[in-house]
Design a protein around this ligand. Structure first.
Ligand code: DC
Length: 215
């Protein structure tokens, strides 16, 4: 049996990696895992239980509990999109023990896919599936990413102040890029896609033609 074909897509918040991952998975008939949702879920579970996301032993227990009972529904809860879950997720994502506890579940997702899998996040090409034949690293200027996030929040009927959103994006970049474990960085063989000035459709077409060289 041929092993599933793996595509990894990494990049900072608001770069368009999620949009690209969903479109590619739907087009190719591949499974899709938004790995950020796993960290968000751990952070959210802690907040819901009234626990402090900065407390590593509690975060590790929450991570282990999640992997022992993980279902796709657990990652599709709309509450995970909130900034509270995003910030708590970012805190637990910087903990080595939590990352180690969540690693195998992400690898298994890729291995168990029937046809192929698209994984998006920060370390999918560098840590989770470094053997993936196709890896993308998606970037966009911070001002563009902040504008996208403001539009997304407004569409959800939530208040959003551009300057606050930009500040939040820069702070999260700082944490993701400079953390000692699994920092946000391109794999040596990653294909760089800058989405700042092109449409989601153009990004998709460009990625698809890159993938065609490997299929
Ligand atoms: O992409 P996101 O905002 O949903 O991710 C939530 C947090 O999880 C973010 O701070 C980065 C972190 N993350 C990570 O460290 N590694 C991943 N593979 C995915 C997300």
């Amino acid at each position: 049996m041929t092993p599933p074909f793996i595509i990894t897509i990494d990049g900072p918040a608001g770069s368009g990696k999620g949009t690209l991952a969903r479109a590619l998975a739907a087009h190719l008939g591949f499974d899709h895992l938004d790995t950020g949702k796993i960290y968000r879920r751990v952070g959210y579970d802690l907040l819901k239980a009234g626990q402090d996301p900065h407390h590593e032993p509690s975060a590790l227990i929450a991570a282990n509990r999640l992997t022992s009972s993980l279902t796709p529904e657990m990652l599709s809860d709309p509450a995970l999109r909130d900034d509270a879950a995003g910030n708590a997720g970012s805190v637990v994502a910087s903990m080595p023990s939590v990352r180690a506890a969540l690693l195998e579940a992400q690898r298994q997702f890729a291995r168990r896919a029937t046809k192929g899998a698209v994984l998006d996040g920060r370390d999918c090409g560098t840590v989770i599936c470094p053997e993936a034949p196709v890896k993308f690293f998606v970037i966009a200027r911070p001002d563009v990413r902040a504008r996208r996030r403001v539009d997304e929040l407004s569409a959800m009927g939530l208040p959003a102040v551009y300057d606050d959103v930009l500040k939040d994006i820069l702070a999260r970049d700082e944490r993701d890029i400079h953390r000692p474990i699994a920092p946000l960085k391109p794999a040596p063989d990653a294909i760089l896609l800058d989405t700042s000035d092109i449409s989601a459709e153009a990004v998709f077409n460009r990625a698809l033609s890159d993938i065609a060289r490997f299929l």
